[in-house]
Ligand binder design. Structure first.
Ligand SMILES: NC(=O)c1ccc[n+]([C@@H]2O[C@H](COP(=O)([O-])OP(=O)(O)OC[C@H]3O[C@@H](n4cnc5c(N)ncnc54)[C@H](O)[C@@H]3O)[C@@H](O)[C@H]2O)c1
Length: 281
């Protein structure tokens, strides 16, 4: 299902930084009306300034189960039958070490943003998207941000991988369920994108991750994140406009996609060796 951004409303979560910010700026340039949301209001204002003004800004915490339906009931009446492109982009990282060092609270915190945030937003806006498609001619589109960590389980990332595999499972299910409805679905799997996500990562409270380890993770991420957020956003909007249901970003993204499908068991040993080389002082 191809979707045009012109004359659509584009609702983006996590639009105060990184990929979400670039998506918002480019969507406005492509002629869409953008509703940019985030918990970071100062960052949203900066996104709006970079876009030249004209974005609608809302503080929205995707981990807040009550705030989302309340937000949807305020926004939906303003959409006036226009196609809605919902981009579930907001996300966080957790640097807590292995699962055994990750508290239940830390694990749940990450899932509540990276997985349940996506599900809650979809639950709140999909009825409008289906109705718009039935009566308004279509063009609505759901875009969910998974990751290459939705292809591969990686040590030290149990909560993040659980969330991103979950986003992929949820989105591929909707891809089948929404066939023939006119609502498009895209699951996005970026490789390393040079954003704030690693710098902003929450540190685990167990003490397993030392200051030196945390600093090394941030530095290594910076070295490995080869794609800019602007380039990631360009590829996402191209994919959405072409009706691509599975958007893999970056040469690293394509390599991990290919390796995990070619070597579904032995990729674990291969990636572990590579990680140990990267993270050995
Ligand atoms: N950067 C990468 O290498 C990479 C790779 C694969 C997938 N992703 C995914 O892309 C998405 C965007 O990440 P990014 O790299 O641009 O990160 P980023 O840290 O630059 O931006 C994330 C944004 O989400 C917002 N956010 C955090 N918690 C929120 C909440 N509870 N409610 C609403 N907004 C919240 C932050 O304030 C921030 O503005 C995430 O889902 C991330 O998991 C990123």
């Amino acid at each position: 299902m191809k979707s045009s951004l012109t004359n659509s409303v584009i609702l983006i979560t996590g639009a105060a930084s990184g990929i979400g910010r670039s998506l918002a700026i480019q969507a406005a340039q492509l002629g869409g009306q953008v509703i940019a949301t985030d918990i970071n209001e100062a960052g949203l204002a900066e996104t709006n300034q970079l876009a030249g003004g004209g974005l609608m800004l809302h503080r929205l915490d995707v981990a807040d189960a009550d705030a989302i339906p309340a937000f949807a009931s305020r926004v939906i009446p303003t959409l006036a039958g226009r196609p809605l492109i919902l981009v579930n982009n907001a996300g966080v990282a957790l640097n807590s070490g292995p699962f055994s060092e990750t508290s239940a609270e830390e694990f749940d915190w990450l899932l509540s943003i990276n997985l349940f945030g996506v599900i809650r937003m979809t639950r709140a806006f999909l009825p409008y998207m289906l109705e718009q498609s039935r009566s308004g001619g279509g063009g609505s589109h759901l875009v969910n941000l998974s990751s290459v960590f939705g292809f591969a389980g990686i040590q030290g990332q149990s909560a993040y991988c659980t969330a991103k595999f979950g986003v992929r499972g949820f989105t591929e299910t909707l891809r089948m369920e929404l066939m023939g409805t006119g609502v498009g679905v895209s699951c996005v799997h970026p490789g390393g994108i040079d954003t704030n996500i690693a710098r902003a990562a929450r540190r685990g409270a167990s003490g397993y991750v030392t200051d030196a380890m945390h600093a090394q993770t941030t530095t290594s991420f910076k070295q490995m994140a080869r794609t800019s957020p602007d380039e990631a956003a360009r590829q996402i909007w191209t994919g959405v406009r072409q009706g691509d249901t599975r958007i893999v970003i970056g040469a690293d993204g394509r390599l991990i996609d290919w390796l995990t499908r070619l070597l579904p068991k032995s990729y674990t040993r291969l990636f572990k060796r590579q990680l140990e080389k990267t993270f050995t002082p």
